[in-house]
Design a protein around this ligand. Sequence first.
Ligand SMILES: *Cc1c(COP(=O)(O)O)cnc(C)c1O
Length: 434
Amino acid sequence: MSKIPNPSQKNQTNTAIFERRESKVRSYARAMPRKFIKAQGVWMHDSNNGHYLDFLAGCASLNYGHNHPVMKQALLDYIEKDGIAQGLDLYTEAKADFLNAFESIILKPRNLDYRVMFTGPTGTNAVEAAIKLARKVTKRELIVSFTNGYHGMTLGALACTGNATKRNGAGVPLNNVVHEPFDGYFGADVDTADMLEQRLSDHSSGLDKPAAILLETVQGEGGLNAASTEWLRKIAETAKRHGALLIVDDIQAGCGRTNGFFSFEGMGFTPDIVTMSKSLSGMGLPFALTLFKPSLDIWSPGEHNGTFRGNNHAFVTATATLKHFWADDQFQTEVYKRGEYLSARLEKIADKYGFSTRGKGMMRGIDVGSGDIASEVTADAFDKGLIIETSGAFDEVIKVLAPLTITESEMAKGLDILEQCIRNICSEDVDAAA
Ligand SMILES: *Cc1c(COP(=O)(O)O)cnc(C)c1O
């Protein structure tokens, strides 16, 4: 497809109802003040005939693109036959189909044995369940999380999040979490996994034995810092040695974004607990899971409850996703290739302007050193028909989260726009410095 992006004019979009009635807490819409009406694949369309290439993909909740025909048809068929449409944790046919597919397509081939807990429907719900369970199992309070980690907005998950602006919104003390330095935090020469091990081994270090160590293998919101396999393995060993559970928050890096279905596949360790959400439903429907080793399943019935714990519509689309994309290696191989292309293109741009690249797989970006420059670039990109966002402590990383189903030519088109915007905004700086 070679549609020319034709973004509409800002002043033609009537956003009055949102400004008048919607809370000021709205955020993404501020950078993209258009009324979106439909979307297909990697394209979004607004009410003024503007077309946008989507390099945000619902913040990695649309890894398979917008309205994928296979998921869409599965959902239409399900609704047509009056399939169950509520979220209490009843036994339903849609849930059985999902669990069977998850077991046979995802868990068994990877030699993983996890119980599946249906939590409330957003990522932060899965994280809350994970840390609650870790505390219950170990009878310890402390959670070790990491600098620049992002785990959600409800109090428990928020306490584990690094960003102070986000944490300060809590209005109450956020206790029982320590933020240890992530891989590379002090530069390449300091091994922060060794530091954590040393502190936990020293009973005078002041660091108590934690219930869990919680991490993202690639930090989505915190600047696309990718932990090395070696670092992750050491952390897994440290967790085991000190009786703590290892929780991998795979909400953004999972579902094929960085590696296999899980971001930690083939790395030589198995997390005790895994959280998933974002692209799990495959169609943007709210759906989250907490997975854990069967021995940890000490919940009593209803101890962690909720009305929407198992979105049946999401079961239907998630099952379709698993069968369509994950039944063999083909999709994963293609995604890997696309990630390599993305990496090469970003490296080239970064080299030219003295920037550096971040991330892994199809979760990569360019650190342009300043949030102001990054937001100028993303605003210019939006004007040219490319939806792209930033990440990092200062929003200094321009982050490509294109659907994994994107074709190479669509990707090239988006990266051409990005390159042009960076040239427009950064050439002056380079010229001035020369
Ligand atoms: C988005 C995200 C969350 C929170 O998910 P919500 O659905 O926004 O609550 C938690 N952890 C990670 C790694 C995320 O990227």
